[in-house]
Write a protein that binds this ligand. Structure first.
Ligand SMILES: [Zn+2]
Length: 82
């Protein structure tokens, strides 16, 4: 039985605003380097990467550390060689 538009909207809003944070800070940290590479290369951020991104949205501490890593990676990348 299909969902009504109201049910569907409620479902989508729930996903957008309160997706469960399936990673803890340690698990997130372990994936930082891989995740940064994937993001810099424009890869689809699915699966474990989506979990990392989700955690970063909800954890300012990890978000700060990730930004620092990302800046360092960008600085070492040769833009002419991309
Ligand atoms: Zn965290």
């Amino acid at each position: 039985m299909p969902l009504s538009p109201a049910q569907l909207r409620e479902l989508l809003q729930g996903v957008a605003t309160s997706s469960p944070d399936s990673l803890d800070c340690d698990g997130c940290c372990d994936l930082f380097a891989e995740f940064a590479e994937a993001e810099l290369q424009g890869q689809a951020l699915t699966g474990a990467y989506a979990a990392v991104r989700n955690h970063l949205r909800q954890c300012t501490c990890c978000a700060y550390e990730y930004e620092t890593l990302l800046e360092a990676l960008r600085a070492t990348e040769d833009p002419d060689n991309a």
